[in-house]
Design a protein. Structure first.
Length: 465
């Protein structure tokens, strides 16, 4: 009955007052137009959006796709921060551990730097160490002939700009020190830690620290290469409270800790955000968590949107308020990409908000009403969980006994789709309706049964007009 190539349309009458409208339609046209016009300027780009655990946008332009692997520069910091937080979860490290606790040659103020400060740019170290003064150059981080341990020994000789915990200065040297502390505390090399704690558990098989060339001195703050499809898995995990595909990678407490402000109100001396003309909802001062920017906050300082842009423009972010994650994949310059990034996110917010306002919420189609419909012909029964080939989602199989017909309809779909209101409607099913269901009466539910995860991501309950 199931097939990856064939789908089955099943129909049963529903007792609802009116049909929910298609919420997406051409809503993404403005986003398509923006990205298509900008793509040639940047040599191609791609964007993937996931809301409530379901892909709602997945498109590439000018030769790019969401599977194109690119160096992501400082977008690395968020992933590296997650490695640190896994070790904190495991009790191997504390954010308040000092450099002197692990590194004998870190004495005086150098020894007082904490892991928290090292990963929030408040350690007092400069951003980089360059003898030629060219932006992006670094005699220590860019040295492929040495190891991570050797690079950290060299950083011990770099003069501090300020006492630890007294100012914010963005860069990469401090995270290199924290990476070495993680190696010593765990007894494992950094790249091994990343693969074990993050990449392998998330299925990020094409993600590594060789984005700037193969090296034994990985830039903890900036040398990962990956794709939009790979990185979005990490963001989905954060939005799911540290869980992915049924496995708890980070605790909810660790996720919350990553996203909260760790700069403690210190003066911001150097930040890439300071060069842009920002307006609400962006925070007046964009401050830092563990490996990520607190881009938008609420009136109480709670996180609404967090991000971690890279120098080449690769831009991942999460929107906690909308349960939305996105990755803009590009290989350009952040100074050229930032205006696109900000405009793109405004469009995305408008699309998502208008979809919710015009969809089932407006008609009060709540789950409670669907689970226990009055005077209807069927009820929902949970049957079992199924894991499909994509391994992105657990799938929930539902059985719908129809008492008057003595039939049972089986629907396989995403568990999360049934936990949230039915917000996602797809043009694909409009085509199905027009081709196969011209005479379907009003107030009809259509279900698609298939093992193809793409079809499952596009499952909907749809009342044919």
């Amino acid at each position: 009955m199931k097939s990856s190539a064939i789908f089955l349309i099943v129909m049963v009458s529903l007792c609802i007052a009116q049909n929910p409208p298609d919420n997406t339609g051409d809503n993404f046209a403005a986003l398509d137009d923006l990205l298509e016009s900008e793509a040639p300027v940047h040599g191609g780009l791609a964007l993937v959006l996931v809301k409530n655990g379901e892909i709602i946008y997945d498109r590439g332009f000018s030769g790019f796709t969401c599977d194109t692997v690119v160096p992501i520069a400082s977008a690395t910091k968020w992933l590296s921060g997650a490695v640190i937080m896994v070790l904190v979860d495991e009790g191997v490290l504390s954010l308040d551990d000092r450099a002197a606790d692990y590194l004998d040659n870190y004495t005086g103020l150098h020894g007082e730097m904490t892991v928290r400060q090292l990963f929030s740019h408040t350690s007092g170290l400069p951003g980089h160490s360059s003898s030629i003064g060219i932006p992006g150059s670094d005699d220590i981080l860019g040295n492929k002939q040495i190891t991570l341990a050797e690079s950290v020994n060299m950083i011990a000789e770099v003069e501090l700009l300020a006492d630890p915990g007294t100012q914010f200065y963005y860069g990469g040297l401090s995270m290199q020190v924290a990476g070495r502390i993680a190696e010593i505390a765990s007894g494992k090399e950094w790249c091994e830690l990343f693969e074990e704690k993050i990449a392998d558990t998330l299925g990020m098989t094409e993600t590594d620290y060789n984005g700037l060339g193969k090296t034994n001195n990985p830039r903890i703050a900036g040398s990962i290469q990956t794709s939009a499809h790979q990185y979005i898995k990490f963001l989905e995990m954060l939005l799911a409270g540290g869980s992915y595909n049924g496995k708890q990678i980070l605790s909810q407490q660790a996720v919350d800790e990553m996203l909260r402000d760790h700069t403690d109100g210190v003066p911001i001396v150097h930040s890439p955000w300071s060069q842009y003309n920002l307006s609400p909802p962006i925070a007046e001062e964009v401050r830092y968590g563990i490996g990520c920017w607190r881009e938008i906050i609420d009136e109480t300082g709670g996180i609404r949107e967090a991000s971690s842009q890279g120098a080449f423009g690769f831009s991942p972010w999460i929107d906690v308020e909308r349960n939305l994650a996105g990755v803009l994949a590009v290989k350009s310059r952040l100074t050229k990409v930032m205006s696109l990034y900000l405009e793109m996110k405004e469009i995305v917010r408008e699309i998502v908000d208008s979809t919710s306002e015009s969809g089932l919420n407006a008609h009060e189609y709540t789950l409670a009403g669907l689970y226990n419909p009055e005077n209807c012909l069927f009820t929902f029964e949970f049957e079992n969980y199924i894991m499909y080939d994509s391994k992105r989602e657990k799938k929930l199989q539902l059985r719908l006994p129809i008492s008057r017909c003595e039939q049972t309809i089986v629907i396989s779909t995403s568990e999360k789709l049934f936990k949230h209101r039915f917000e996602h409607f797809f043009r694909f099913f409009q085509k199905v309706l027009s081709l196969y269901c011209k005479d379907v009466p009003r107030n009809t539910v259509l279900a698609v049964l298939t093992e193809d995860s793409r079809f499952l991501q596009q499952f909907l309950s749809f009342g044919h007009q």
